[in-house]
Design a protein around this ligand. Structure first.
Ligand code: ASP
Ligand code: MG
Length: 403
């Protein structure tokens, strides 16, 4: 008998009808003779609605209380799903992450899973119950509820699949797989049959919102057999794995991210240790930095430019300004109206000319590049936010229409 983890996203459980549909998928898997461990997101826009509710009361609510609030969304879903399965006469039990023992760090709103206790779930599975667990959350050392960051239910599912050595971890969503780019922007985007962990990781961290990026990191680390499938249509999804059949095209996809802001520290001293001080300070405030560029300024000074998430901009500016005397920069320039477009492909670095092809597409579309950043399997460019969709279209056409 094999254990299958099935995770359903918010749109897949948004109302009673969808919950019954999900219960049907779970029931089928269970009745085929599998152990089933289900992970659910909050229904539809519940998490956003809860955030809005909090803002009405206190726009500066503490992250601990926000987690206390947001974690309720998933608790609703698991209870309702269990009720649907009960009504079908199937043995099941819903559990919140703290009941399972999904232990996490204490970084409220962005906690990481440290370890998962297997006893409770195993005991339930041994009773042949379907176990339904709240995604997106954990419990820290003081017993407080934490959340894993927006979209974090995918990570809960993969972590559980790893802890229980599940034979398969299915991520059910309202799209039927991973596409070469966002089909809402490019109508002829293609669905990928399979994609490597590394490609998926780059796509996820570059803004493709199919999977939470930490879930892909975990899947790679523990070799979790991962699959993205539709909960609404029965058709094959996209398999995420270590190696894939080599495709004719040498990139897997084009991703965009408009949730970033650019910060430039102008007129820093040109001394050793300056970059260390700046980024150490930001990391102590849990501010993730992405693209970094250092350039020579005037009269023995230098500028350091980097990108962060828009939500961190205010805090980053505050923190840097507080340490202005120690860091000795002249001033900060911040720009929220930027975006990043990336191409990702496992074969990218062994195929010279791929980056040039991307730049050619941007040139032909008359789009100016502000910064460029690469990894072994990715090339990213920073652009004006208003050019982003046009850039995605031009680049996608260059790689997928001209072959
Ligand atoms: N409900 C949470 C969110 O909306 C977590 C998730 O759906 O994965 O971000
Ligand atoms: Mg999601």
């Amino acid at each position: 008998m094999s254990l299958i983890v099935q995770k359903f996203g918010g749109s897949s459980v948004k109302d009673a009808q969808r919950i019954r549909n999900v219960a049907g998928i779970i029931a089928e898997t269970y009745l085929e003779g599998n152990d089933v461990l289900v992970v659910l997101s909050a229904q539809g826009d519940t998490t956003d609605d809860l955030i809005a509710k909090a803002e009405e009361i206190n726009p500066h609510a503490s992250k601990r209380e926000m987690d206390m609030l947001l974690s309720t969304g998933e608790q609703i879903s698991v209870a309702l799903c269990a009720m649907a399965l009960e009504s079908m006469g199937l043995p099941c039990i819903s559990l919140a992450a703290w009941q399972v023992g999904i232990h996490s760090t204490s970084v409220h709103s962005d906690a990481r899973i440290r370890k998962i206790d297997t006893e409770r779930i195993q005991a339930e599975l041994d009773q042949h119950r379907i176990v339904i667990v709240t995604g997106f959350q954990g419990v820290d050392r003081s017993g407080d509820v934490t959340t894993l960051g927006r979209g974090g239910s995918d990570t809960s599912a993969v972590a559980l699949a790893a802890a229980f050595r599940a034979s398969l971890c299915q991520i059910y969503t309202d799209v039927d797989g991973v596409y070469t780019t966002d089909p809402r922007i490019v109508s002829n985007a293609r669905k990928l049959e399979e994609i490597t962990y590394d490609e998926m990781l780059e796509l996820a961290s570059q803004g493709a919102q199919v999977l939470h990026n930490r879930s892909v990191e975990l899947a790679k680390k523990f070799r979790v057999n991962l699959e993205v499938v539709s909960s609404l249509e029965r058709k094959p999804g996209t398999k995420v794995k270590e190696v894939t059949k080599v495709e004719k095209t040498n990139i897997a996809g084009v991703a965009k991210d408009t949730s970033i802001a650019r910060v430039a520290l102008v007129g820093l001293q040109h001394n050793p240790g300056v970059a260390f001080q700046v980024f150490d300070l930001l990391s102590k405030h849990n501010i993730n930095v992405d693209v970094i560029l250092q350039s020579i300024g005037r009269e023995d000074t230098k500028d350091i430019t980097f990108t962060i998430h828009k939500k961190d901009l205010e805090e980053a500016e505050d923190v840097l300004n507080e340490h202005k005397d120690a860091l000795r920069f002249d001033h900060i320039e911040a720009d929220e109206h930027i975006g990043k477009v990336s191409i990702v492909g496992a074969g990218l670095m062994s195929n010279c000319g791929v980056a040039a092809k991307m730049f050619e597409a941007l040139y032909e579309a008359g789009i100016n590049i502000q910064m460029i950043n690469t990894s072994e399997i990715r090339v990213s460019v920073l652009l004006d936010e208003e050019d982003v969709n046009r850039a995605v279209k031009a680049i996608h056409a260059k790689f997928f229409d001209e072959t």
